[in-house]
Design a protein around this ligand. Structure first.
Ligand code: SF4
Length: 286
């Protein structure tokens, strides 16, 4: 989905609209001037940075490709970028293998931000890093997003990172959206049984609260996304599944009376048992 959002892949169905412009069917040529508006930060900075290039050349590359700066203006912009992502200026002369994992990911972020994109797709940007540097990269992304006001599609399995960073969360199971909502609402009151189970498994810092809360243990293996189960894709593991779930796929539908973000489509869930007013069964007490 992230690759489709930046048109590295073309979706087989649906559409991608950026700034009111449908980009799904644009030709490569028509897409080229828009490319600077959306960028990806990949999971593993070791494989997404050219080992033969210096840091300075890496962050200058998008500016050159999009012809956004040259000569002194290019030099000035490139010289300013390392400091903006918390790197010492002298690192601009180093190559990726001379940097730590956290520094390499900062270079990836600097490269993506060099052209002031409107949308940044960050694909598990901290999962290849030591735990000790994950927080600093998350803080950097949060600060940059606040200062520069770009949209950020942050893809992760890390619930704590989502809670810290996200304004709005869309949760997927086997390649399909099962719920989307403003972050605080989703964490306070998850409607979909899968998300209730996910949140029940996340550790909480208070040992008393951790001991006393209900834990939902999902049974069964995750089915293959290439051969998903019929009906609701979650029915093979859902503690609340009823007969209807085995044959009829639930639609992703909006819930009445629940706050949504402007233009964000409100709160949506795909489960037969969640009522239109948001009343949902508790998967910990089936
Ligand atoms: S539709 Fe049925 S199987 Fe799917 S999440 Fe809801 S209750 Fe569970």
């Amino acid at each position: 989905m992230g690759r489709c959002a930046v048109r590295l892949d073309r979706p087989t169905a649906g559409s991608v609209t950026i700034n009111g412009r449908e980009v799904t069917r644009l030709s490569r040529r028509a897409l080229r001037p828009l490319r600077k508006d959306f960028h990806l930060v990949f999971q593993d900075p070791s494989s997404s940075l050219d080992p033969r290039m210096t840091v300075g050349a890496i962050v200058a590359q998008p500016l050159r490709l999009h012809r956004l700066a040259s000569g002194d203006a290019l030099r000035d912009r490139v010289a300013a970028l390392p400091a903006q992502v918390g790197l010492r200026p002298e690192l601009a002369r180093r190559r990726p293998h001379e940097l730590s994992g956290g520094q390499r990911q900062r270079v990836s972020i600097a490269r993506a931000l060099s052209v002031d994109p409107q949308l940044l797709v960050a694909d598990e940007p901290t999962s290849a890093l030591d735990v000790s540097v994950q927080a600093s990269v998350l803080n950097l992304l949060a600060d940059l997003q606040r200062e520069r006001r770009f949209g950020c599609l942050f893809i992760t399995h890390d619930l704590a990172a989502v809670e810290y960073l996200a304004d709005r969360i869309a949760v997927m199971y086997l390649g399909q959206l099962v719920e989307q909502a403003p972050a605080a609402e989703l964490f306070a009151d998850p409607k979909h049984p899968y998300i209730q189970a996910l949140l029940s498994a996340a550790p909480v810092p208070d040992p008393d609260a951790q001991r006393s809360r209900a834990r939902i243990v999902l049974s069964g293996e995750l089915p293959s996304p290439l051969d998903p189960p019929p009906g609701c894709r979650f029915h093979t593991r859902c503690p609340l599944a009823v007969d209807r779930c085995r044959t009829e796929p639930p639609a992703l539908r909006g819930l009445r009376g629940l706050r949504g973000l402007a233009g964000g489509g409100g709160r949506q869930v795909s489960c037969h048992l969640v009522a239109d007013d948001g009343t949902a069964p508790d998967a910990s007490a089936p």
